[in-house]
Design a protein around this ligand. Structure first.
Ligand SMILES: *Cc1c(COP(=O)(O)O)cnc(C)c1O
Length: 389
């Protein structure tokens, strides 16, 4: 199935593609969904065509169905991998030996762990870390890079990077650009259209959408890159599971609905939190106070459903996480349940304020979330004052 339909070849809209793509042949009696095919091995082909053989090398129909949908949405051929980090590792493996990767100071903690381990282990990569909100640090550093890694919006500070400006500079420097677009999902920004070479998602998050699987995916701008990433899956073995691909594809069917709801709620919560007496700062691309608000309105089709906000200190933030009753005190994001986490407690997050909380908004009712946040914010600050007094 292609993205166009009917006499006029008008491209189908995203919601329609989410419903229709990644299915089997529409033949009578065949299931609408590609079933979970629990197979590592396939009968050898006897004809001249080399058929499907061993799953790690040749994929399975379930992986391909998921890849067909994500590849279509991103505008480049996709490769599913066992996790978001598996996808990131496959991209880093494209670096030449001793190659230099430029990474944002504010980025997913697992990504930071992966690059620093790789740099330590006999200098497999060289790593340059920059604060990507500072153009005077970012653009000069691109000249020395083989791979520029972007995360926009970033986790957890919600920084935005001008993807088109970076890809233009990287093209001049002969560097590849990869974008971790997990927070935006394929629906809210299209990095390949902005000149990026690779887009990575943790499908564990919004794409899967139900906190019940681990999966990653890479979408590639060229056939050459697609073949190279597939080759990394084959030789390094970060193969996705059949069940995971099935669940992620099923989750993706409702991505537009879940994300629209969660984003509207996140926008309302960000606005109310910004006006709350005990909240010191809110970081959300949908707020006019965001330093790159204007960029967000052109580069993205919406600000997304993740925000972060700051309270006085770590004890206040920790108490808030423990006392909330509707918001779930847990890591990760992108499920139908709203989660909250104090990110500075994790290693490698020295740049994150101690009292910063990441709020990943789900699909609960806005007023239930707000009642919970508002009341608990007042309670924990009153308790802290009582102790101090
Ligand atoms: C969770 C996450 C990852 C890692 O994905 P896993 O599926 O947990 O391996 C990478 N990038 C971002 C932005 C994430 O939030």
């Amino acid at each position: 199935m292609t993205s166009t339909h009917g006499d006029h070849d008008r491209p189908l809209r995203v919601k329609t593609r989410l419903a229709l793509l990644g299915r089997g042949e529409p033949r009578p009696g065949q299931p609408l969904n590609v079933p979970i095919i629990a197979a590592s091995n396939f009968h050898a082909s006897t004809g001249p065509e080399l058929g499907r053989g061993y799953a790690r090398n040749d994929a399975t129909p379930g992986w391909e169905a998921f890849e067909a949908l994500i590849g279509d949405l991103e505008g480049g051929a996709a490769v599913a991998l066992a996790s978001g980090i598996g996808a990131i590792a496959a991209v880093l493996d494209l670096l030449p030996a001793g190659g230099r990767v430029l990474v944002p100071e504010d980025s997913y903690t697992g990504m930071r762990a992966l690059v620093t381990d790789g740099a330590a282990a006999g200098g497999r990569w060289k790593v340059t870390t920059v604060d990507m909100t500072r153009d005077d640090a970012l653009f000069p550093a691109i000249a020395d890079a083989d791979l520029v890694w972007l995360e926009s919006p970033s986790n957890p500070m919600m920084h935005l990077v001008d993807i088109a400006a970076v890809t233009a500079a990287a093209a001049d420097a002969g560097a590849l650009v990869a974008v971790d677009s997990t927070f935006a999902t394929p629906l809210l920004q299209s990095p390949l259209e902005l000149g990026a070479d690779l887009v990575v998602h943790s499908a564990t998050k919004f794409i899967g959408g139900h906190s019940d699987l681990l999966l990653g995916v890479v979408a590639c701008a060229t056939d050459e890159l697609h073949a190279a990433v597939r080759r990394r899956r084959e030789v390094a073995g970060a193969t996705p599971g059949a069940l995971e691909c099935f669940l992620a594809l099923r989750g993706a069917r409702t991505l537009a609905l879940r994300l629209a709801q969660a984003q509207a709620t996140a926008t309302a919560l960000a606005t109310r939190l910004e006006a709350h007496p005990v909240v010191q700062a809110v970081h959300y691309p949908g707020l006019r106070s965001h330093p790159r608000y204007a960029l967000g309105t052109t580069q993205m089709r919406g600000p997304g459903a993740v925000l972060s906000f700051e309270v006085a200190d770590a004890p206040t933030a920790d108490a808030l996480c423990e006392e909330l009753r509707v918001v779930t005190n847990a890591t990760s994001l992108g499920g139908v349940e709203t989660t909250i986490e104090r990110r500075a407690k994790l290693p490698g997050q020295q740049h994150v304020p101690a009292g910063l909380l990441r709020l990943a908004v789900g699909c609960e009712h806005l007023e239930d979330l707000w009642d919970d946040l508002d009341r608990t914010l007042h309670e924990v600050t009153a308790a802290a004052r009582a102790i101090a007094g």
